[in-house]
Design a protein around this ligand. Structure first.
Ligand SMILES: *Cc1c(COP(=O)(O)O)cnc(C)c1O
Length: 402
């Protein structure tokens, strides 16, 4: 038996973020140990046989079980309010594991058309194995309902979306999924459990790119899938064991320690993002600002109800002057990092039309609302006055443009 740490049953999320997981080893370490070992030793041949036959719970081989990885899984599951979690080598590996483990040829998926670009590509790729996907509007619940087929097994949403922070109604999608005998999976990358807990709203599975806010300091690639422990044990652990998209113990340890500060980081980054968004709305060179905390956001009320009253740390905005204007603004910054990553304590700035959405045709970009003047900022933990000054330099040069 692998013991669990003993916590009061009513321990609150901030306590779980610091304390949930496995108890310390025999040495009594206070900070969680990093078990860098590929395999585990058994006391005798008969015990090894029982462990390989799954008759006795123990650590065997780090492709499918490792104490550091398990600590991260249990802590994240506790924070998401789900009974189980399985860690993966990346966010994309979590989605791959979910599809390999849960679906088969002939199954159908309904997915938002506004999800992460590689997620769209991955679901398109699964068509060659007989799993078809219908892509629907992020915000129009009727389109999701209309796309349901008798073979639909999975609904996949990501909210808020990148880069326009469009919000989908998790509870409404869960009702549609369950009426059709399907699972709802939500990519909770942008909010993390610090702001949004999809399971409490009816989602069955929660997908994470641990690379983003869970690590929170831009150090590792990691992923995880949270869901009912019975489903994970029956369908996903066996797939992990054979397919091997495992998270390394070192990366799990980095994410595990990141979880301890997740909520204070996200609250602080969200607050800075709101201040920046409000300031941007008042700038003459800015045509439009997208952030769920702004009353001008089309799904403001839904976002506030679903995300604990917070907008998250990502702000997008359209500047005057199209692509040239956006490039001039980005190039005038001295603090922001020019990179498409997000979820870091360092503020990042990017031009979606030529980076994350650069492979789309101009018509596809227009349909998705990704204009050439759009800039995305993922706000970190610098002083917000310094961030305003960093953007103001570029905006000053654009204010005179028509
Ligand atoms: C980054 C990201 C992913 C993919 O995660 P990786 O860890 O880079 O594989 C999936 N979904 C969203 C919303 C992301 O931002």
């Amino acid at each position: 038996m692998i013991p669990k740490v003993r916590l009061p049953a009513d321990a609150r999320p901030d306590t779980l973020a610091v304390r949930a997981g496995l108890p310390p080893s025999q040495w009594g370490e206070n900070s969680e140990a990093l078990f860098l070992t590929s395999s585990f030793v058994h006391p005798d041949a008969a015990t090894a046989a029982r462990r390989f036959a799954n008759e006795e719970e123990a650590f065997v081989y780090s492709r499918f079980s490792n104490p550091t990885v398990m600590m991260m899984e249990q802590r994240l599951a506790a924070m998401e309010g789900s009974t189980g979690c399985i860690a993966t080598a990346s966010g994309m590996a979590a989605i791959t594991l979910m599809v390999l483990g849960l679906l088969q040829a002939g199954d159908h998926v309904v997915c938002s058309q506004s999800v992460f670009g590689s997620t769209i590509k991955l679901f398109q790729d699964f068509a060659k194995f007989g799993v078809q996907t219908t892509f629907v509007s992020q915000t129009n619940v009727d389109e999701w309902r209309a796309a349901m087929r008798p073979t639909t097994k999975l609904l996949f949403a990501e909210t808020p979306s990148n880069p326009l922070t469009e919000v989908c109604d998790i509870a409404a999608l869960a009702a549609i999924a369950h009426a059709g005998g399907a699972w709802l999976a939500v990519d909770n990358c942008f909010c993390s459990p610090a702001l949004q807990r999809p399971v409490a709203l009816g989602a069955d599975l929660v997908v994470h790119s641990g690379t983003k806010y869970l690590d929170g300091q831009g150090r590792v690639i990691a992923g995880a899938l949270c869901g009912p422990v019975e489903l994970i044990d029956a369908k996903l652990v066996p797939t992990m064991r054979s397919a091997g998209m495992s998270l390394s113990a070192f990366n799990a340890w980095v994410v595990l320690k990141g979880l301890e500060t997740l909520s204070i980081r996200l609250l602080a980054q969200s607050e800075r993002a709101l201040q920046l968004a409000q300031w941007l709305e008042a700038q003459p060179a800015v045509e439009r600002v997208y952030h769920p905390s702004l009353p001008s956001h089309p799904q403001h009320a839904l976002a506030m109800a679903q995300q604990g009253g917070r907008g998250g740390a990502v702000v997008s905005f359209v500047v005057k002057g199209g692509r040239a204007g956006a490039f001039a603004l980005i190039d005038a910054t001295r603090i922001c990092s020019i990179t498409a990553n997000l979820g870091d304590t360092k503020t990042t700035i990017t031009h979606p039309a030529s980076t994350s959405h650069g492979r789309l045709s101009e018509a596809q970009r227009q349909a998705a609302g990704i204009q050439q003047g759009l800039v995305r900022v993922a706000v970190g933990l610098e002083d917000v006055e310094d961030l305003k000054a960093d953007l103001e330099r570029g905006l000053a040069g654009l204010a005179t443009l028509a």
